[in-house]
Ligand binder design. Sequence first.
Ligand SMILES: Nc1nc2c(ncn2[C@@H]2O[C@H](COP(=O)(O)OP(=O)(O)O)[C@@H](O)[C@H]2O)c(=O)[nH]1
Ligand SMILES: [Mg+2]
Length: 310
Amino acid sequence: MSWFDRLRNGLARTRSVLAADAGSDWEMDWDDLEFALIGADVGAKLAAEVVREARAERERGTSFREALERALLDQLEPDRMRQKLRRVGFDLDVHRNVVEVRGRVVMMVGVNGVGKTTTIAKLGQYYQGHGRSVMFAAGDTFRAAGSAQLAVWGERLGIPTITGPDRSDPGAVAFDAARARAARGIDLLFVDTAGRLHTQHNLMEELAKVQRVIGKADAGEPREVWLVLDAVTGQNGLEQARRFHEAVGVTGVIVTKLDGTGKGGILLPIARELGLPIKFIGVGERPEDLQPYDAAAYVRALLDMPAAAA
Ligand SMILES: Nc1nc2c(ncn2[C@@H]2O[C@H](COP(=O)(O)OP(=O)(O)O)[C@@H](O)[C@H]2O)c(=O)[nH]1
Ligand SMILES: [Mg+2]
């Protein structure tokens, strides 16, 4: 199966929410479209904007589906220049280029169960596959066996993994790992973290501490803090994102489990309201289901259009 077919399959539930009232050419009442967009967790405000724009485009004679494609893409990729390039057919296919990482250390954050640890394993495999050497730090020492889970993945993938005993100081694990990465000249270190502590306040304090400690081991790092959000939580994820961003300054978002929900429209408010770049999306449990995020491909898969514009 091609990556695009995986993406299309993974978005089937959101597509069925969107197309519930549509004919085979996707033509539907504007009110039905607005309702469907809200059902897919686009949010009321952005849904209205999408409808307004699609409608204007439709009135210029564009087909309904293409009008919707453009309106969605405008929200997901406000960078007009990039979008124009795409429209005239320049190839900016992220699937052929590795998703770049600033610096050497990526701290991964997100609440329990969103898919942090498994996403780190998939990222390890992805970057290894693109010729980068990788190390893991099993910084979720709070959850029993939290660090063992990552160590097992490390073993399987041949990725060195720094661990500490359960309940040990995650800062110490992160510090050792950051030192070890630098000493061994490894390209990328992914630091796993806890997603739940006794209180929300404790968690944010601890994450900020882990972040500072990494900087003591390796000045300027971590240059990246990637937040993992579970698409199933929909609009609630936005509130999570705001809290994490306030505590540790998120530089990128990974949205998992799009395959398990009709709320795939959540990517719009993440891009537009939070203004945070989406790096990868998860459309299934297999490693190849974690895909580099490509707004144009996402929209085309969502609307059941072919992979590339004609
Ligand atoms: N269906 C689906 N499941 C996923 C995806 N990403 C992660 N998961 C699953 O989510 C569950 C929780 O993952 P885990 O990495 O332990 O979450 P953590 O608590 O944030 O570290 C696991 O069963 C993963 O296989 C995805 O994109 N789609
Ligand atoms: Mg975990």
